[in-house]
Design a protein around this ligand. Structure first.
Ligand code: SAM
Length: 219
């Protein structure tokens, strides 16, 4: 398997939207996620919080940014904002060239903690990009998908214009249903573009796979 993983069409032992999705999402919407924060993400948050406050600009998150290629493109697209590219993989982040624009930073963090810390700090995002998160296609991995995880309410609380892209259409359909359960509306469409902005996107398209995009204005 290459660094980017296997680009074959995702196979799953799950047919359509997971049968337990509704029950799992409603449980997480009702109960606060109280798992203690890991020290390294807490320290990274505290450090970047200072920079964010100093800038005083709209905040954009590029969550699961991998090597940060999309973070760079988003920084160019949104010169009025600051962009935080977030990923837990030090190896992937290390592949990013030296910072090329001054309105973005890459941080090695666990999003299960970082998103909750940002909510606690009362951050309100202008945009939130989630491009090709790990699909976790096995049926018994539902709670590893972001919409099935206990941290899902924090994604909602951060607000902003959310954009999620995936080549596993079930992921998008489940996320849309989870938003509906949280009384949020969204739009789902096939996503095509002349240029890919992430390595995974490029690889999927090169192998003939399509992307689905979900957008939502989070209330
Ligand atoms: C399939 S890759 C996509 C990377 C990039 N968005 C792209 O399209 O090239 C998913 C990324 O999510 C990151 N990730 C998964 N779980 C995470 C977590 N709990 N916190 C932070 N990053 C996470 C992985 O390290 C990986 O880089």
């Amino acid at each position: 398997m290459s660094e980017l993983g296997n680009s074959r069409v995702i196979t799953s032992n799950q047919e359509g939207v997971h049968k337990d999705l509704e029950q799992v999402v409603l449980k997480h919407l009702k109960h606060a996620f109280r798992k203690p924060y890991q020290a390294h993400t807490l320290a990274a948050f505290k450090e970047c919080e200072k920079w964010v406050e100093q800038q005083g600009k709209p905040i954009i998150l590029d969550s699961c940014c991998g090597v940060g290629e999309s973070t760079y493109h988003l920084a160019k697209k949104h010169p009025e904002a600051i962009i935080l590219g977030l990923d837990k993989s030090a190896d992937r982040l290390a592949k990013h060239p030296q910072s090329i624009a001054d309105n973005y930073r890459l941080l090695q963090v666990n999003l299960n903690d970082f998103w909750r810390l940002a909510v606690d700090a009362n951050w309100h995002l202008s945009h939130h990009y989630l491009l090709y998160p790990n699909p976790w296609p096995k049926a018994n991995h539902l709670q590893r998908r972001w919409h099935g995880s206990a941290v899902f309410p924090a994604i909602l609380a951060l607000g902003g214009e959310l954009e999620l892209r995936s080549n596993w259409f079930t992921y998008i359909h489940e996320f849309a249903r989870a938003l509906e359960l949280a009384k949020q509306s969204c739009h789902v469409e096939t996503f095509v573009s002349e240029t890919s902005i992430t390595p995974f996107e490029r690889k999927y398209w090169a192998s003939g796979q399509k992307s689905l995009r979900l957008t939502a204005t989070l209330k």
